[in-house]
Design a protein around this ligand. Structure first.
Ligand code: 5AD
Ligand code: SF4
Length: 442
């Protein structure tokens, strides 16, 4: 093994944005182990700092410049410190980052992380790798060696997107849709489970569009993959995120009904309730079609909980359009939601369009979030007195407490011995606040 403890170097990775970045950050750490790197949680001790950036919403670029600026005293203390800007901001901004912030040594886009070890061992000059070809990205060595596995682990199965919603940078920063082959995913799932994972959350920007190549030379759907993973005996739970309404195929709905390991929770962004805005967003579905998909899903799996994403103040959104969004919230009753003011992303079609006044955006966001919170709180409170099954993941904030998630991805905590970590227990809910439930073991 190349690792030489005497020569041990420390890497600090700061991850911004989505779960896929968390996954990528963990893989980057693992890929650096053969070079003698160990992960540290203290930037002051680091020989290498990686900022794994996100470009999805506002001020991403400015945030990264200020993050790099903040590292100046550490760089002054340790001139050998290397700083890497990775991720979607690196991809979108390119070499401009190094021009504006010469402290940055390496820029690496989201599809090129597997080249990191090579970049770090070659010369001292600046490197920029912004290839969008996913080939090789998943050839990570040392999967799991970084001891980053958790009871609930992420596993990227699909990357990139061909949908081109007019507000979204993903097709430009993560590139075309790519699905990992089935065998590779299954192998990684086995490794995760061997390391203690009991829940796997399959990740993809457009995860339900998964179409990975099977050993049978057939293209497997996400449902096929879920069924295959459900054969792993020690794996208790499977989830997936993020889905597009138009890819909610019948085989997935059937899996929600028939596959006991697939949890009844689906994150299915709608973005807006107005057909006019959905069209301007190029979402390729209407409000009625979304409602129909949910109603079909519920006919297969009546207890399924739906969460959503919303954008307010998209260019062209009138008060009537916004009212439609409020209406859809009332129709669907989302268990949890993420809502944002539209922010123009450079290079996307909507960025060229006339904007909604920031004050109006802010006002609409507050109204929407108030309504979403009201619903979320009502759902949380309706759990009181009911029993749910919780997979315990870790110790809670207070002595003697464990925290985990129930079938609907709600956070539940309770007083239980540590031996329950990694196990599923029936919890009777005694109390609820907006984000957590408190229960007792039945
Ligand atoms: N402005 C605001 N929100 C956005 N999202 C994506 N792009 C933008 C943007 N330009 C939101 C969408 C998406 C979530 C991940 O981020 O709601 O589903
Ligand atoms: Fe972005 Fe999702 Fe639309 Fe793809 S489907 S462009 S990732 S919002």
């Amino acid at each position: 093994m190349l690792h030489n403890p005497k020569n041990s170097k420390q890497v600090y990775v700061k991850s911004f944005g989505c779960q896929m970045n968390v996954y990528d950050s963990e893989r980057m750490i693992e890929s650096l182990i053969p070079l003698g790197y160990k992960a540290t949680l203290k930037e002051d001790d680091a020989d290498l700092i990686i900022l794994n950036t996100c470009h999805i919403r506002e001020k991403a670029t400015e945030k990264i410049y200020s993050e790099v600026g903040r590292l100046k005293p550490i760089k002054q203390k340790n001139p050998n410190l290397k700083i890497i800007v990775a991720g979607c901001v690196a991809q979108a901004e390119g070499e401009e980052i190094i021009r504006r912030q010469p402290m940055v040594d390496i820029l690496v886009g989201p599809q090129s992380y597997h080249k990191l070890p090579e970049l770090l061992t070659h010369s001292n000059s600046k490197h920029v790798v912004l290839d969008l070809d996913q080939t090789g990205k998943f050839d990570w060595p040392n999967r799991g060696v970084g001891n980053t596995q958790k009871i609930s682990s992420f596993l990227t199965v699909q990357e990139g997107c061909d949908k081109f919603c007019t507000f979204c940078v993903v097709p430009y920063t993560r590139g075309q849709e790519y699905s990992r082959p089935v065998a590779e995913v299954v192998m990684e799932a086995h490794e995760l489970v061997a390391g203690g994972a009991r829940e796997i959350i399959l990740l993809g920007q457009n995860v339900n569009a998964y179409h990975g190549l099977g050993k049978d030379n057939r293209s497997w759907s996400l449902a096929d993959l879920i069924w295959r993973l459900s054969e792993i005996p020690e794996l208790d739970r499977i989830r997936f995120v993020t889905s597009h309404p138009n890819e909610m195929t019948q085989d997935l709905m059937v899996a929600f009904r028939d596959c006991p390991k697939l949890m009844p929770y689906l994150h299915l962004p709608i973005q807006s309730g107005s057909d006019k805005i959905l069209k301007l967003m190029n979402r390729k579905h209407t409000q009625a079609e979304y409602v129909e998909i949910i109603s079909q899903l519920k006919s297969y799996r009546p207890d399924i909980a739906i969460s959503g994403d919303f954008i307010v103040g998209f260019p062209g959104e009138t008060e009537e359009d916004f009212q439609e969004t409020l209406k859809i919230v009332q129709t669907i009753g989302f268990i949890k939601s993420f809502s944002f003011k539209y922010s123009p992303r450079p290079g996307t079609p909507a960025a060229e369009r006339e904007r909604v006044e920031p004050a109006i955006q802010a006002e609409r966001l507050t109204k929407l979030q108030d309504l979403l919170s009201e619903y979320q709180f009502a759902v949380q409170k309706s759990s009181i007195g009911k029993t749910c099954r919780v997979l315990f993941e870790k110790e809670g904030r207070f002595e003697g407490q464990l925290v985990g998630k129930n079938e609907h991805f709600q956070v539940v905590y309770g007083e239980l011995p540590k031996e329950f970590i990694g196990r599923v227990g029936d919890m009777k809910i005694k109390d609820a606040n907006i984000n957590t439930l408190h229960g007792e073991l039945v």
